[in-house]
Design a protein around this ligand. Sequence first.
Ligand SMILES: [Zn+2]
Length: 240
Amino acid sequence: MTTIKLSIVIITISASLIAAAGLYKKTNDDSCSDTDRFCTFEDLSQEYSEGEDWKVETRRASSGLLVSAIHGGGIEPATSQIASAIAGESHNFYTFKGMLSSGNFENLHIDSTHFDEPEALEMVDAVNDHITIHGAEGEEPKTLIGGLNRELAEEISNQLNSSGFSVKKAPDHLNGEDPDNFVNQPKSERGVQLEITEAQRESFYKNGDTSFSSRNDASNQTSAFDDYVGAVKAAIEGES
Ligand SMILES: [Zn+2]
């Protein structure tokens, strides 16, 4: 009798656990990332207006390289400017910019494995190589490097090190190794992701000021900005 009751209890608990696991997965899929408000660009664009709340900026070049910042504008401050400077006139450039007066990250950040703004997908699809610029938290000036293009990542690390910048392998949650990550969407299916800490990005502007008005005036950029961009460019040229 006791054995039967115990079996029933075990079966009931097992069934509940299986059901809970299924439910958890579904909930998780629906919300995409715990911290993101929107799962897809479609959802975001139904709530927020192009030109007022966000915008896309691009430049096209005949190069097989795209340099992008999908969390640009106020989402991860200064990443648009860094990506644009690295791309220069020679390479393709894409940025998605948050333009809200506050709460850009909380409202407009779509994580890299779900980011699906159509022009971004079209541009990355057309190139062989891809470098993405992101902003990470952190009070130490450094770059957390990731993505599946290990050769180019190594070259960029070496160049940044030679110019006096600290580069570390990104921790698992920022490593950009998921094949579904936007960084790994070019034809080669591998790119390089640079997660630049807040302290490092602040070093690129006079008085450490990465506010909207400061970063949109190129005269506020420090020599560290130019050195950093120059090092990444040198790595790109070394590889091509
Ligand atoms: Zn990011």
